[in-house]
Design a protein around this ligand. Structure first.
Ligand code: MN3
Length: 237
């Protein structure tokens, strides 16, 4: 190889090395297949008016939730061995070191669940076994709502409030910071076997356009749009 050919070859391989990381990312992305995708809302974007306004719903679903999904898929490129996991399995597997997967995987799961727990045709209160379990645990449905609201008010900054069913079938109200949730059982050992039945997003992006700083008003509005049929089904599973 003369000097000129060597130089040319060397330049070409430098160029190809520069291109290679990009090729590797593309390949890894295709391993994730299509990745996680934004689920459609099970109602029209303005269906929860006046309790959740159309603009909040639009931004919350198509921008916030979509961004969690995009960043989740990006973070999974570095973990091709987890790419085929369900979101539930992924959340149970991650550790405190997996910050991007924790924040964005949690964001995807929490919002996907939250949308299904809302409906414009709420029956306003649970029935059957769930109603009995709530009365047994909290004294009455009214007291349950009050305690849930207190937990929402006490969650400093951003996070979620949950009604969960413990492995012993007891109900409890808990809250988690940021996009954490009870499925993250490697991070939160005390959540092992805990099933989320109902959740409420108390990030300001969930209510600020309509309710500004009045989180309690947003929580009060929430009780008008809870899909209790879904919560009942989740508790019966
Ligand atoms: Mn949110």
């Amino acid at each position: 190889m003369d000097k000129r050919t060597f130089l040319k070859t060397s330049l070409l391989s430098t160029a190809s090395a520069l291109l290679n990381p990009f090729a590797a990312v593309l390949q890894a992305t295709s391993l994730v297949a299509k990745g996680f995708e934004l689920p459609a809302l099970p109602y029209a974007v303005d269906a929860l008016e006046p309790y959740i306004d159309k603009q909040t719903m639009e931004i919350h679903h198509s921008k916030h939730h979509q961004t969690y999904i995009n960043k989740l898929n990006e973070a999974l490129v570095a973990k091709p061995e987890w790419a085929a996991f369900t979101i539930e399995k992924l959340l149970a597997t991650i550790t405190e070191q997996d910050t991007a997967l924790r924040n964005n995987g949690g964001g995807h799961y929490n919002h996907s669940l939250f949308w299904t727990l809302l409906t414009p045709q709420s029956k306003q209160k649970p029935e059957g076994n769930l109603a009995k379990a709530i009365e047994k645990q909290f004294g009455s449905f009214e007291t349950f709502k009050e305690l849930f609201g207190k937990e929402a008010a006490a969650r400093f900054g951003s996070g979620w409030v949950w009604l969960v069913q413990n492995p012993d079938q007891q109900l409890a109200i808990v809250s988690t910071p940021n996009q954490d949730n009870p499925l993250m059982t490697t991070i939160y050992k005390n959540f092992a076997g805990t099933k989320p039945l109902l959740c409420l997003d108390v990030w300001e992006h969930a209510y600020y356009l309509k309710y500004q700083n009045k989180r309690a008003d947003y929580v009060a509005a929430f009780w008008n749009i809870v899909n209790w049929e879904i919560v009942e089904k989740r508790s019966a599973k």
